[in-house]
Design a protein around this ligand. Structure first.
Ligand code: ADP
Length: 254
């Protein structure tokens, strides 16, 4: 690997009761990489994301971000360190506008962003205007600027996915973890999403995304990691991973 790792996952296992959801998963992500994490249903993809973002403590192993362990940090503290994620089933605050959803940030667990965001609603203070214009820049990035004043409840499923990315951008995180960003998007939205992710990556952000849509993965990922039944069974360049017999077996062999 050329660049130093921004994220190090070392020997991470997660057991739910006696069920091993993850078994000694080890990988690094270098600063500036664009990595896809794939695997059949039940492979442990959501569980590893939950470990990275501080929702699920590992039963064994460590996760370090920028050389510092994340053990014991709450999700909003992990986000403050610079690692922020979207959720597969994330719903925006329906009655806030699209812009306000970005202003309250991508870290609902802290509650603080929400209060600050609502306080800015009057839109009179210079600071409020600055936050609003930053929110608009994030919305422009994901193609939602023209929807900024609409209640978020009026967005389509695909637009909500894009809004969740804008909310993650609002945290200022340098590493973005996206949980199935393509789910629920139609083909043209997926193409646009791919362009958005590539442009965020070209700007220098590190991106790790879980995705089922293989054409999307193949188009944008520089590297693919494959989980199967809690084990990392492949990790490398897309062509190499696609030709790996273990990967073919994981997808076709059951
Ligand atoms: P994926 O995202 O790859 O579909 P998950 O990480 O959601 O897989 O789940 C991996 C395995 O762990 C599945 O068999 C799932 O049923 C199990 N699992 C996930 N979360 C829990 C939990 N909280 N309690 C018990 N089992 C769980």
């Amino acid at each position: 690997m050329n660049a130093k790792p921004i994220l190090s996952v070392a020997g991470v296992s997660v057991t739910f009761g006696t069920f091993p959801a993850l078994t000694e998963v080890t990988f690094d992500v270098a600063e500036g990489e664009l990595v896809a994490l794939i695997g059949p249903n039940g492979a442990g993809k959501t569980t590893i994301l939950n470990v990275l973002s501080g929702e699920v403590p590992p039963t064994a192993g460590t996760v370090s971000f920028r050389g510092r362990p994340l053990a014991g940090l709450k999700p909003h503290e992990v986000a403050r360190r610079g690692l922020a994620r979207t959720f597969q089933a994330a719903e925006p605050f329906q009655h806030l506008t699209v812009r306000e959803n970005v202003m309250v940030g991508g870290v609902p667990a802290s509650g603080l962003g929400l209060i600050a965001g609502l306080g800015f609603r009057a839109n009179s203070l210079p600071a409020a205007r600055r936050v609003a214009s930053e929110a608009d820049a994030h919305l422009e990035r994901v193609g939602l600027l023209e929807k900024a004043d609409l209640p978020a409840g009026l967005l389509t499923a695909g637009q909500r996915r894009l809004l969740s990315i804008a909310r993650v951008l609002a945290t200022g995180a340098s590493m973005l973890v996206l949980d199935e960003p393509g789910a629920g998007l139609n083909e043209s939205e997926k193409t646009f999403l791919g362009d958005v992710i590539l442009s965020l990556w070209r700007d220098g952000r590190t991106v790790l995304f879980v995705e089922h849509d293989m054409p999307l993965v193949s188009r944008i990922a520089q590297r693919i990691m494959v989980l199967d039944r809690g084990h990392l069974i492949a990790d490398g360049a897309p062509d190499e991973v696609r030709a790996n017999p273990k990967v073919i077996e994981a997808y076709l062999g059951r």
